[in-house]
Design a protein around this ligand. Sequence first.
Ligand SMILES: NC(=O)c1ccc[n+]([C@@H]2O[C@H](COP(=O)([O-])OP(=O)(O)OC[C@H]3O[C@@H](n4cnc5c(N)ncnc54)[C@H](O)[C@@H]3O)[C@@H](O)[C@H]2O)c1
Length: 278
Amino acid sequence: MRAAVGDGPVVITGAGGTIGTAFAVTFGALGLPLVLGDYDDMGLAVTGAQAMAAGASQVRTVQGDAADPEVAEILVDACADLGGPSVAIFNAGICVPGLTWEQPLELWQRQVDVDYWGPVHGVRAMVPAMLERGAGHVFAVSSGAGLVAPPGMGAYVSSKHAVVGLMESLHHELARLGSPVRASVVCPGNVFTNIADNSLLSLNIDPEDFELDGVAAEVDAASRAGVDAGAPAQTVADAVVEAVLDGRFWVLPQPELALGALDRYQRLADGRPPADLL
Ligand SMILES: NC(=O)c1ccc[n+]([C@@H]2O[C@H](COP(=O)([O-])OP(=O)(O)OC[C@H]3O[C@@H](n4cnc5c(N)ncnc54)[C@H](O)[C@@H]3O)[C@@H](O)[C@H]2O)c1
């Protein structure tokens, strides 16, 4: 690990959540320092304690909104006296179901702010610091919904697609520079977490009061059932550690997800309509 990226801190946004905790504990167990971000200070404290118990050399926490560019700067500043960031994982995310034309605009915009602009701010803050130290690896957590487009979550799907494009473009830029700094995109399939209710709570919506009907309710139920039957978060953390070591761009913790993407492009080439995978 140290040979690949040095021994600076690992920055993780959304660290108070389920996948964020798996990242923190897994990188902590490697004895690295961690800089953890989330707007949920309780979640941050719990994750920080777990990461210290796992072996992290130290943990710093930054409570703030991943959609705020200043918070991204605070996260990078928190790494400065530790040699600058070695790894940064833009993991904070929310997903609120609803049909594309029905979902209230403020819910649309908030998802784009967190799920798309969050990684943009992260890249813009972390990459210059990594270029300066001549090492580092940035990861953005997209989704299988960044490779195929299920219904009933248009804001999430379009943000996660944009994140794939962002990281691919960044990958080419770094390669053209001949820089050792790497960029990767992580596309998990379903992972067992509480993202559906957490996302509503983050918007001050009580999940009990959030009502959908018709097609929106159908696809929400299918999506929740998929997440409930999803892989353990550790699968995602293990795939990212492996990607730091082998420098791979595409990180698919559930490799079978590539089949859906291949089918999508085959349909594109054949002129057939896309498949509804939900
Ligand atoms: N669970 C899945 O099936 C799944 C699948 C693919 C991708 N993902 C992605 O994985 C990432 C982590 O999700 P999770 O499933 O662990 O959910 P989670 O709800 O357990 O964790 C998300 C964390 O992000 C934090 N967060 C949300 N918005 C934030 C903001 N604006 N600023 C700071 N922190 C914020 C939350 O407080 C929470 O701690 C997300 O980007 C999600 O889109 C999840």
